[in-house]
Design a protein around this ligand. Structure first.
Ligand code: 4AD
Ligand code: MG
Length: 467
């Protein structure tokens, strides 16, 4: 075959260089035949759109053309011509075609319109579909937008450890990391496992959050963010929980909770605006296929001010709803950890826009949050979103050494694990705040997909670590 430099389909579809010889490579999405010509729709992942390859059957070996089946990989040399049919601007009149990889009829993606559940069983191939191609292109764009947002604001990207010996959220949902022989565990007289012979000489786990180390960095570099994999062994089989997800955690010295809320609101709006500005083809496809209100919802988020409301006032609204006859599955009372149905009631029914709920009871929040003067609540802030519920969790941090130490003791957190964290409050302590955004929850919102398993390439959930 004549050697012609490959053009990506995304570039080709914008070209008006009619009559030139081009080369494209990609996978066959569909093939239609008429008597004299075969039409092959080719996709190379650079865009959701296919390029149509027109094959004059007389000029090609009939047996070879039969091999250009759905899923096959082709390299096509041909003439770029203006398309007469509707839809596309250009197509390719094939001159030479090389079959790079054949694909037989056992290919799992031959039929269109398969369920999302089925697609998860073929997660190794699903990026080749329109839907998952769109989702993963948006995923990339969002990751880029996040780095750009923080970099432009002068934040430093700080790498916190993935293997850790401390439980940041104190929720005991950690996956252990060990090289010990599980068939022959050494135990002490009380029956506790002896970790001194383990790889790290102590019990180690996969991180549930980079925040504690992020605080060390913020109290040195001023403003930092982390963006990394996060692991939680919570046995919640919901459309919003993963055992392995990605979290973005900014942490800023001298920010109080109001600054923190301002940052969170600006950050989310920036990301959504970025998607509208850079991913419109993919978003339009998802809007039309799955969620007719998607584009509308994205636009409205960028334009509306988020509600800011104290937890106590939120509970009042929910109690009034119950009194008015609204049925929740879980009870509502001051002190309860809100369920997703409660959060969504506030956002979708009551206010009809995102809500930042603040000042939660200290019992349902982590040890590091700044305590309010009332002795009952802490300066927490959760950002609640339509269709998602909690998308961000954060707080102003307790900067007072004595108060922090007291809370650590009250909760029975082992001090020997916490000495280095307490040093931030011993040496030049400062007010500071931060939050964590669940990357996949943001993607749920931006793509309109309804299950978190469908916005990460290879989901890890209870009983599932395939691929
Ligand atoms: O509210 P969380 O647990 O907060 C923290 O981890 C803090 N250390 C953050 C901070 O202040 N730096 O988690 C933060 C966010 C949640 O709002 C949610 O979006 C996401 O992480 N998240 C999950 N996403 C997917 N699957 C899970 N199992 C998640 N758990 C939390
Ligand atoms: Mg939370």
């Amino acid at each position: 075959m004549e050697a012609i430099k490959r053009t990506k389909i995304s570039d080709l579809l914008k070209s008006t260089a009619y009559g030139t010889q081009v080369n494209v490579r990609g996978w066959v999405r569909t093939r239609r035949n008429s008597k004299q010509v075969a039409f092959v729709a080719l996709n190379d992942g650079s865009t959701i759109n296919n390029v149509q390859v027109v094959i004059d059957v007389e000029k090609f070996d009939e047996e070879q053309v039969k091999l250009f089946t759905t899923g096959a990989c082709l390299s096509v040399n041909g003439t770029l011509v203006e398309s007469i049919g509707g839809g596309q601007s250009v197509e390719i009149q094939a001159v030479e075609i090389e079959l790079l990889g054949a694909c037989d009829n056992t290919y799992p993606l031959q039929k269109k319109g398969q369920t999302m559940e089925y697609m998860r069983t073929v997660a190794h191939l699903r990026p080749r579909t329109n839907t998952f191609g769109a989702v993963f292109r948006i995923r990339h764009n969002m990751a880029y937008a996040i780095h750009k947002f923080f970099h432009d604001k002068g934040f430093y990207y700080f790498h916190t450890p993935i293997i850790t010996a401390s439980d940041c959220e104190g929720a005991g949902q950690m996956f252990q990391v060990t090289t010990m022989n599980l068939y022959d565990l050494k135990k002490d007289e009380e029956g506790s496992i002896k970790y001194d012979s383990d790889f790290f000489g102590k019990q180690a786990s996969l991180t549930v959050s980079g925040q504690l180390e992020g605080e060390l960095a913020a109290t040195a570099l001023g403003a930092i963010y982390t963006f990394g994999p996060t692991f939680r062994a919570e046995n919640s089989n919901t459309p919003r929980h993963l055992a392995e997800f990605w979290m973005i955690e900014p942490e800023v010295a001298f920010n109080d909770i109001t600054d923190n809320m301002d940052l969170a609101e600006e950050f989310i709006k920036y990301c959504v605006q970025w998607a509208l500005d850079h991913c419109m083809e993919d978003i339009t496809f998802l809007n039309n296929m799955f969620d007719k209100g998607l584009i509308e919802r994205l636009r409205s988020i960028v334009d509306t001010e988020f509600v800011r409301l104290a937890y106590t006032d939120g509970i009042k609204i929910l109690e009034e709803a119950v009194a008015g006859g609204h049925k929740f599955e879980f009870p509502v009372y001051w002190g309860v950890d809100l369920a997703s149905e409660h959060e969504r009631y506030l956002v979708e029914h009551h206010f009809k826009r995102p809500v930042i709920l603040t000042d939660y009871p200290k019992e349902i929040k982590a040890f590091y949050m700044k305590q309010n003067e009332d002795g009952k609540t802490v300066r927490a802030m959760d950002v609640l979103f339509p269709k998602i519920g909690e998308i961000i969790g954060g707080s102003e941090r307790e900067a007072d050494y004595g108060k922090l130490l007291q809370r650590i003791e009250e909760l029975g957190i082992p001090m020997k694990d916490m000495w280095w964290y307490l040093d931030t409050r011993r040496y030049g302590s400062c007010p500071h705040s931060g939050f964590g955004l669940g990357f996949e929850r943001l993607l749920l919102f931006v793509t309109g997909m309804s299950n978190i398993r469908d916005v990460i390439p290879f989901p890890r959930t209870p009983n599932n670590a395939e691929f």
